[in-house]
Design a protein around this ligand. Structure first.
Ligand code: SF4
Length: 411
């Protein structure tokens, strides 16, 4: 699959723009799906919050949310907004006045939970201010904090219908004052519930949708739940911006969001796509350890390549022939291959450092320049030598299945 090509037809939505000037991030209307996260610092701690925002941006976050629960937090936002590299959304809790303060601080968007601010005059006052300032709002319905009236109306249960109704009634208040710069989320901690709520919402509105599984919990289960919900909807063409809500360092959220979009071909690759074999009886190195070292070494570096770590030279280069670059272990050596072609032989303890060095070279100069630098014939001869040596030592059946089967039959 060609990178960056969207193979999931996307639902038509109107577009809103979060932020302005060079920091503007369009959401909906065919814009690239954006990644969001949220700071976990006190917003009044300006330097701490800014440091986290810069780390989030480096990890792939396009839009960041900060809590604006006190006047001190809004004062912090006034200093954070002009220095942030990405647009800031203020999360407003129970008091609509916090929304007005955050707008004064210059935030690029507000997030309102209809379950928290319920007085129509307050909702409309905020929407009017946003309308006059051209600042969008996310209507953030949350299954866990649904308006009690709607909860009762829907049989004392949080249902997809109740969540959609909550979003639509908030939208109706906005429409009354002529405000429509809106994106919507209907998050729940239950994956089936949030999937159904978003599907129903997508049927009745063309506002862009912000996807997420709320309170997904710590990784790895939290990552799986969020991915199950978000990826299912994205594959149906639903969703314009996403957030992983993990009980973890928010950098993990940004990284996961970015990686999901890249893996689905919905965003251009920015970082390394590390693939590795699962290892087996033929492995010549501890593949888990080498792959972890490679992951650590590449980190968030902007090397838009697929990189393979393979446990043996017998099958590795063939199995990973589509990778841009890879390394396979054999006879205490690392066999480096570029686009399926043997390129070099390196000492086993330099496998990771050489992989990184060559990945940097390819990113800067391209595959052809890299192949022109090496003696491919010699590398192929050496690889074949080690391959044959391994086959002789291990035979065709490296997992010893035949011996084991004989043993089973002898029981
Ligand atoms: S055969 Fe080689 S490349 Fe394939 S899983 Fe086993 S060790 Fe890895």
């Amino acid at each position: 699959m060609e990178l960056g090509v969207n193979r999931y037809p996307r639902r038509d939505t109107r577009q809103i723009v979060v932020g302005e000037g060079p920091k503007a991030v369009p959401v909906g209307g065919g814009a690239p799906i954006s990644v969001q996260s949220m700071t976990i610092t006190k917003t009044a701690d300006v330097d701490g919050t800014l440091a986290q925002i810069y780390s989030l941006a480096a990890a792939g976050c396009d839009i960041v949310r900060c809590t604006s629960n006190t006047t001190e937090a809004a004062e912090g936002l006034a200093q954070i907004v002009p220095r942030s590299p990405i647009p800031i959304v203020a999360d407003i809790h129970n008091n609509y006045k916090r929304a007005l303060e955050a707008l004064e601080a210059g935030v690029a968007c507000l997030r309102l939970n209809p379950g928290n601010i319920r007085k129509p005059e307050h909702i409309k006052a905020v929407a009017e201010e946003c309308r006059d300032r051209n600042v969008p709002i996310r209507i953030g319905v949350n299954g866990g904090s649904l308006d009690p009236e709607l909860y009762e109306k829907h049989g004392g249960k949080v249902t997809p219908e109740a969540m959609v109704e909550s979003a639509l009634s908030e939208l109706a208040y906005f429409e009354e004052v002529g405000f429509d710069l809106v994106k919507i989320s209907v998050k729940a901690s239950s994956v089936p519930l949030m999937i159904e709520a978003y599907r129903q919402l997508a049927d009745v509105t063309d506002h862009p949708l912000h996807l997420g599984v709320t309170e997904a919990g710590p990784p790895p289960a939290g990552l799986l739940k969020a991915t199950a919900g978000i990826a299912t909807l994205l594959a149906e063409g639903i969703g314009d911006t996403i957030r992983y809500s993990l009980t973890a360092d928010p950098i993990e959220e940004a990284r996961a969001g970015r990686q999901l979009l890249e893996a689905m071909g919905l965003r251009e690759r920015k970082g390394v796509d590390l693939i590795a074999c699962p290892s087996c009886g033929r492995a010549e190195v501890d593949v888990i350890k080498v792959a972890a070292e490679a992951q650590e070494a590449f980190g968030d570096r902007e090397l838009p390549l697929q990189v393979a770590v393979m446990g043996c030279v017998v099958n590795g280069p063939g199995e990973a022939r589509d990778a841009d670059i890879g390394i396979a272990a054999g006879n205490k050596r690392g066999h480096l291959f570029i686009k399926g072609e043997n390129a070099a032989v390196v000492p086993e303890d330099e496998m990771v450092s050489q992989l990184v060095e060559w990945a940097e070279f390819i990113t800067e100069h391209g595959v052809d320049a890299a192949l022109a630098r090496v003696d491919r014939k010699k590398a192929a001869r050496e690889a074949e030598k080690d391959r044959q040596a391994l086959l002789e030592a291990q035979g065709d059946d490296a997992n010893n299945a035949e011996v084991i089967i004989d043993r089973i039959r002898g029981k």
